[in-house]
Design a protein around this ligand. Structure first.
Ligand code: HEC
Ligand code: HEC
Length: 200
């Protein structure tokens, strides 16, 4: 049965690039494939797998494209997403972005409550002495994101921390803006900013 479904999805994907077909593809992929890791409607359980519910559609498309071209190449991206994205057409990526953007975002409790106040300060004011800009200036006052700037609100805190570490170490090297932002952040400051952003 599983094999039959896999073949059916493969056939669907190969058979065209029209917008209506892409939308059909996106729905069956989201529920039949992506949900295995990202959860039903993009509500994943493990922080290894980012939540996609309510994420900005444009950001999702940019990331899928970066996985497909191998531009986003941190170890988890390579292990999980390179193969996944290699099969997707531009039209299907766009439909997947629209599908997940339309899902209701999750709520994340403050993961490191002791760091919440410090995180709020970093998020809203930046750290001028370290040349760190306010996260709010791009990710929005409620961390809702906009277009190419991802939603951080409702994301797993530990996923956000891992990404900040990835920017700083250069493992996720295709994001020049964020490479500049995180340059001088300490591990505690990353956890603090992530805790505040995720819990909006
Ligand atoms: C086998 C597990 C797995 C499957 C199946 C999977 N993903 Fe992923 N996905 C991941 C992991 C792990 C990451 C985080 C990669 C990283 O840490 O860089 C990720 C990251 C992403 C991101 C980036 C999110 C962000 O906040 O930057 C998008 C978008 C995404 N996946 C979409 C999809 C779509 C659409 C599908 C189905 C076509 C899918 N994924 C299927 C494991 C999976
Ligand atoms: C000048 C604009 C800008 C500022 C300021 C900024 N960001 Fe970002 N951020 C971005 C962009 C653009 C991306 C998407 C990068 C990409 O396309 O890979 C991003 C991505 C991220 C991600 C990865 C999200 C995911 O789903 O994978 C995290 C985490 C993040 N930013 C946290 C922060 C924090 C914390 C701050 C403040 C200390 C901050 N950002 C300040 C523009 C900004």
């Amino acid at each position: 049965m599983k094999k039959i479904i896999a073949i059916a999805v493969g056939a669907l994907l190969a058979s065209g690039t029209g917008a209506a077909l892409a939308q059909q593809d996106a729905k069956s992929l989201a529920t039949g494939v992506c949900a295995a890791c990202h959860g039903p409607e993009g509500h994943s359980i493990s922080p290894v797998f980012p939540r996609l519910a309510g994420q900005q559609a444009a950001y999702i498309v940019l990331q899928l494209d970066a996985f497909r071209s191998h531009a986003r190449g941190d170890p988890n991206a390579q292990a999980y997403m390179w193969g996944m994205a290699s099969q997707l057409s531009d039209a299907t990526m766009k439909a997947l972005g629209d599908y997940y953007a339309a899902q209701k975002p999750a709520h994340e409790k403050p993961e490191y409550p002791d760091l919440l106040a410090e995180g709020k300060k970093i998020y809203t004011e930046g750290i001028p002495v370290q040349n760190v800009p306010a996260c709010a200036s791009c990710h929005g006052p409620k961390a809702e994101g906009a277009g190419a700037f991802p939603r951080l609100a409702g994301q797993h805190t530990d996923y956000l921390v891992a990404q900040l570490q990835g920017f700083q170490s250069g493992l996720r090297s295709n994001a020049p803006i964020m490479l500049g932002v995180v340059k001088t952040l300490s591990p505690e400051q990353m956890k603090a900013a992530a805790t505040y952003a995720a819990s909006r």
